[in-house]
Write a protein that binds this ligand. Structure first.
Ligand code: SF4
Length: 204
């Protein structure tokens, strides 16, 4: 059985990794670099990933290019949830990976998109150049080629959004790490404590 699945894995992974369909998603300056990667000079089509989709239902890769704010977080998670399995995430740029220059003082920026959705490849830089994005896609392709259908259950578990919703749908609570931070979505943050570890917020 394992021999049969290994043979299927090779063909299945080869086909998927060479025909990535990224979602059209960019929030700020890193998005310009992502757009450049699909232009003639860099030609992302060489890696089979040039068909940027307008609908998450037709995409299997989301490149989170740019700053992610708390207000934007529910929309991003919803887009991710609407993408069919198997799906992948490239976190592009310092703002997206850690909050970047907004890490210490901003009241509105999420300190890392991996608090919302699982990230497969981190692409640091401010901004990362288009060549770096192509390198991230190659790394993702290599990762995809090591996956197995037999390990699908563990894969699905690892690719769930890292989000807990409160029972009150009007006041959703994000608990990426219960020891670290509590954030209410779509609201104004009043402030952080002295260690920048806890946000006090007003629900709208
Ligand atoms: S990492 Fe730099 S280029 Fe990218 S969104 Fe942040 S400020 Fe803009």
């Amino acid at each position: 059985m394992k021999i049969i699945f290994t043979a299927i894995d090779i063909v299945y992974n080869w086909a998927r990794s060479n025909s990535l369909w990224p979602l059209t998603f960019a929030t700020s300056c890193c998005g310009i670099e992502m757009i450049s990667a699909s232009a003639a000079s860099y030609d992302i089509a060489r890696f089979g990933a040039e068909v940027f989709r307008a609908s998450p239902r037709q995409a299997d890769l989301i490149i989170t290019a740019g700053t992610i704010t708390h207000k934007m977080a529910p929309a991003l998670v919803q887009l991710y949830e609407q993408m069919p399995e198997p799906k992948y995430v490239i976190a592009m740029g310092a703002c997206c990976i850690t909050g970047g220059m907004y890490e210490n003082d901003s009241y509105s920026v999420v300190r890392g998109v991996d608090r919302l959705i699982p990230v497969d490849v981190y692409l640091p830089g401010c901004p990362p150049r288009p060549e770096a994005l192509l390198d991230a896609i190659i790394k993702l392709q290599k990762k995809m080629k090591t996956e197995s259908l037999l390990e699908r259950k563990q894969y699905l578990e690892a690719h769930k959004p890292r989000v807990i919703l409160s029972e009150d749908r009007d006041c959703e609570i994000l608990l990426p790490n219960p020891d670290f931070e509590v954030i209410h979505w779509g609201v104004q943050t009043i402030g952080y404590d002295k260690d920048y570890k806890k946000a006090e917020v007003n629900c709208v």
